[in-house]
Design a protein around this ligand. Structure first.
Ligand SMILES: [Zn+2]
Length: 69
């Protein structure tokens, strides 16, 4: 299977971060919907509930992802 974030082929078995390849990608995904990218209805939020999700103080940086270069 492939990590939905970075498209890296990753193992499903024994992978605590599935369907992602790593914790980093899992957090990236969390960040995506925490900033209004998308939402999963009925999913309990375990992120900071003190912080109102209102505006995006840190726009996502694309520097870490290098597409075709
Ligand atoms: Zn990944």
């Amino acid at each position: 299977m492939t990590c939905p974030i970075c498209r890296t082929p990753t193992e499903w078995k024994n992978n605590p971060w599935r369907p992602f390849c790593s914790e980093r990608c899992q957090l990236t995904d969390l960040g995506t919907w925490a900033t209004g990218g998308y939402r999963i209805p009925g999913t309990p939020l375990t992120i900071d509930s003190e912080r109102p999700i209102d505006e995006d103080p840190d726009p996502p940086q694309t520097g870490s992802i290098t597409p075709d270069n």
